[in-house]
Design a protein around this ligand. Structure first.
Ligand SMILES: [Zn+2]
Length: 402
């Protein structure tokens, strides 16, 4: 070996070591995706406590094509007519004609583009029929079959388009958070979340009826206490096709503002779990005897037992992604992302209809609290949700067999 060659060999070894370290830093377990009945490992990296995974690896696991342009550092994921464009360092991902915002820009590691794992299920729901969930604790992507109670196969009369019947989204259930004894969170000036949630909901109901011609069922129309179970029961009994729960957020950091949209899942990040815990605290205010008859209670038990399924997981993710996109666009507020978390109020509805929960802003932020109280701002929130529901309705009603 000439001295020159030796230098090259050492150089390569050093580079390889650096790449290995980047791909699997100490303490980083393997990220696995369980899809199409097979387990596949994905390249991953933990950056500032956030797990990033290889987008091409994930695309391959979902049997999607990819194209990489090293010059522009752009990865295109192709799903039929739809393409998603990931650019290194850019938090915006173009998906078809829409923009999707990642919490952090994709990074290049060992020549591969890695993106934040917890944001990818909602994004990929726009590209692939395989609904994924990110399990932050296990650091694994799962498909619903691995999570599910098996209800998917047992429920008769699937309302989704399946080539036999057309899925008509003709009834939307709106759930104004809290009410009555339960004020929800309080703004700095003491305005309760329950009032803002109701005002936005009433406005949204009117828009959905007028603009889309759909039936709207409200879980409450005034300042009354309604248990979380009763809300789910109302939605399922009414034969709702979508369930939209409206809330305001709270956090112990006064500077934090922005919107978040959630879909139901037991797999969640610590942050999402904290929000779900706060919203589930509404259970504290519930006195079952007051609001729910024994028969209702039994019916709800049955709904919870039989229909706590992930039947509408993919649709819920997709609706959440659309709503989040429109809210960020329409309100010009901070994009706090689409998340999955275990909200009790949606446990009764997810098996029956796509279900989402919207945190329209932070009452703990003085500026945002003032905006949320403003009727014009509430109308803009309702407008944004309307646009998302309209697009969702169009996609599903015009694409039978989807
Ligand atoms: Zn709430």
């Amino acid at each position: 070996m000439t001295p020159r060659r030796t230098r090259i060999a050492i150089g390569l070894t050093a580079a390889a070591l650096v790449l290995c370290t980047n791909r699997a830093p100490a303490g980083t377990g393997t990220v696995v995706v369980v899809a199409n009945g097979a387990n596949r490992s994905l390249s991953s990296s933990v950056e500032h406590g956030v797990t990033f995974v290889s987008v091409p690896d994930l695309a391959r696991a979902l049997e999607l094509q990819t194209e990489w342009d090293a010059r522009t550092r752009t990865l295109v994921v192709i799903s039929g007519e739809t393409e998603a464009e990931f650019i290194a360092g850019n938090t915006l991902v173009m998906v078809g004609d829409s923009t999707f915002r990642l919490p952090r820009g994709p990074v290049l590691r060992a020549g591969e583009l890695l993106a934040p794992a917890d944001a990818l299920p909602a994004l990929f729901s726009l590209l692939s029929p395989a609904a994924l969930l990110w399990d932050d604790r296990e650091r694994i992507f799962r498909t619903p079959a691995d999570f599910g109670s098996g209800a998917r196969d047992n429920v008769e009369g699937d309302a989704r388009p399946n080539g036999r019947n057309r899925w008509e989204i003709d009834r939307v259930v709106i759930d104004p958070g809290h009410g009555g004894r339960d004020p929800g969170t309080l703004s700095v000036e003491g305005v309760p979340e329950k009032d803002i949630a109701l005002a936005i909901s009433v406005r949204l109901a009117q828009l959905l009826r007028d603009e889309l011609g759909v039936d709207v069922v409200m879980t409450r129309t005034d300042d009354q206490s309604v248990s979380l179970r009763e809300r789910g029961l109302t939605a399922v009994r009414a034969g709702g096709k979508l369930f939209v729960s409206i809330h305001c957020n709270a956090i112990d950091k006064a500077h934090v503002s922005g919107v978040q949209t959630y879909f139901l899942s037991d797999a969640e990040t610590d942050e999402a779990r904290a929000v779900a815990r706060a919203e589930n605290a509404a259970l504290m205010y519930e006195e079952h005897a007051d609001t729910l008859s024994e028969g209702d209670d039994r019916e709800m038990e049955e709904i919870l037992a039989g229909l706590v399924s992930d039947r509408f997981l993919k649709e819920s993710q997709e609706l959440a992604a659309l709503v989040q996109r429109e809210l960020v666009r329409g309100l010009r507020t901070r994009d706090m992302g689409v998340h999955q978390a275990g909200f009790f109020v949606m446990k009764g509805t997810l098996g029956a209809m796509p279900s989402i929960l919207i945190e329209t802003g932070y009452l703990t932020n003085q500026t945002e609290a003032a905006r949320l109280r403003d009727a014009r701002y509430q109308a803009r929130i309702a407008d944004a949700i309307l646009r998302a529901v309209r697009e969702f309705k169009m996609r599903y009603e015009t694409e039978p067999g989807r």
